[in-house]
Write a protein that binds this ligand. Structure first.
Ligand code: HEM
Length: 428
């Protein structure tokens, strides 16, 4: 087969202009995608990943080459942090962990979780004060932490919130893109204390549950019953708290931001929530009637996918069409670029939830939760959580934009920075 050289991104004037205007690397990637197509290489010293986007390329990464495009690279901060967490394992080890954890995140469990999701949301909402602007990103992070720990670990995190808040944020900073991408061995002091505090918390939690485990069916009890060591359980709990709360925080912060900027859509969403729920708390069965809320959540995930790309490493030489990808190359599938592609999404930068009213698009072009055998294990959980929290907020409050601008920031997730601030008004 003839091989053609990979298109390579260079600092084109257009990319630079987009970068400066929109102040995010994503804008430059959009220019490269438009100029070079669905496959291109980014020549960063020591990293130079191949970027893939679009239906065919995403399927190639997530399904066809699932075994050759692997996740784990020992030097990556996320691997150093999560050690043997399901997110960073490959092959049989990954599949075994996933099988053991699946029952705690299965749709049938979600029916029980809805009540906890609702209680945690109510707890935070009860403290909202409408007399001054509210840092919504912070409030949503509190909710997401309470929900995740209550449902999957079976604990009330509120007494730990203040003590572990900074360690959690620090840990997120540790795995966010930075200079380590180019210099993997660059010294990174200042994180050990945060890691120690989280480890102590998890080991205390595990020890307590081993001693008091009767009748529980949450993830923590499931892992203990499976015979895993404390260290391996710690890896899974840390994985879940990191992968499972920061993503939901980003999604819900963006959604509330967009609703505050599109009041007509907010009013229509409130009308649906009022019609389906009245003032009652959502139940699992009523959630499936909130169709417009589904569309709003999907459209937010399309525009601002909390995980904007997935990173892999080629375990052997591989070929994608006429392109050759040598062993050891880092390969990224871009969720963000696939979601902003005008071939699939007319006027891709416009927030238009109705586009999800009919599902006519090729596979693997809408993939906020990844795809294939290692798609997001928490997908159903996150979808239900987002709906419960949103429904509860829309039942109780009108949301108004404060004028404080935000931009997408590539941290551990694609989050609105510096933070979403909203004026809220209690609905009468
Ligand atoms: C809006 C919320 C969420 C989004 C957008 C999201 C997105 C994703 C994506 C794109 C992947 C695949 C990454 C890749 O291919 O490299 C993934 C994997 C994963 N997610 Fe999520 N996620 C969300 C919520 C959650 C929640 C709530 C949990 C836990 C309760 C969770 C746990 C995980 C885990 C453990 C994996 C690794 C799965 C595996 O490798 O088998 N996520 N997520």
């Amino acid at each position: 087969m003839s091989r053609i050289p990979l298109p390579t991104a260079s600092t084109s004037r257009n990319a630079l202009k987009a970068l400066l205007k929109r102040k995010t690397v994503l804008a430059a990637l959009e220019v490269f995608h438009a100029e070079l197509g669905d496959v291109f290489q980014i020549p960063l010293p020591g990293f130079n990943p191949i970027m893939l986007a679009g239906s065919e390329a995403n399927r190639f990464v997530l399904v066809e080459q699932r075994d050759t495009l692997r996740w784990r690279l020992e030097q990556d901060p996320i691997v150093r942090l999560l050690r043997h967490g399901v997110l960073v394992e490959d092959g049989d080890s990954h599949d075994n962990l996933r099988r053991q954890m699946n029952p705690a995140l299965h749709r049938t469990k979600l029916q029980d979780y809805v009540r906890h999701m609702c209680d945690c949301t109510n707890f935070v909402l009860a403290q909202w004060d409408s007399s001054s602007p509210l840092n919504i990103s912070l409030e949503i992070r509190r909710m997401a932490l309470l929900v995740l720990t209550k449902t999957l670990f079976g604990v009330d995190f509120e007494p730990e919130m203040n003590r572990l808040w900074q360690p959690i944020l620090r840990t997120l900073r540790y795995i966010s893109p930075g200079l380590w991408v180019i210099w993997p061995n660059i010294p990174r002091p200042g994180y050990q204390k945060a890691f120690r505090q989280l480890d102590e918390y998890f080991h205390r939690l595990i020890a307590y549950r081993r001693a008091n485990s009767t009748g529980r069916e949450d993830l923590l009890s499931l892992l203990i019953a499976s015979g895993m060591s404390d260290d391996l359980i710690r890896d899974q709990l840390l994985t879940m708290i990191i992968a499972g709360h920061d993503t939901s925080t980003a999604l819900l912060s963006w959604t509330l931001y967009l609703l505050s900027r599109h009041l007509d859509i907010q009013v229509e969403a409130q009308a649906e929530v009022d019609r389906v729920l009245g003032s009652n708390p959502p139940h699992y069965s009523s959630l499936s009637e909130l169709h417009y809320l589904d569309q709003i959540i999907n459209e937010t995930l399309r525009l601002y996918p909390p995980i904007h790309a997935g990173l892999r490493i080629a375990a052997t030489d591989i070929e994608f069409g006429e392109y050759f990808i040598p062993k050891g190359t880092r390969v990224m599938y871009s969720i963000y670029l696939s979601h902003r592609d005008a071939r699939y999404w007319p006027e891709p930068n416009v927030f238009r939830p109705e586009r999800f009213a009919s599902a006519t698009r090729p596979p693997y072009v809408f993939l906020p939760f990844g795809g294939g055998p290692r798609n997001c294990i928490g997908m159903a959980f996150a979808q239900v959580e987002a709906k419960v929290v949103l429904a509860r907020i829309l039942q109780k409050f009108d949301l108004h934009f404060t004028g404080k601008p935000v931009r997408p920031y590539m941290g551990a997730t694609l989050e609105p920075r510096p933070a979403v601030w909203l004026n809220i008004k209690e609905r009468v």
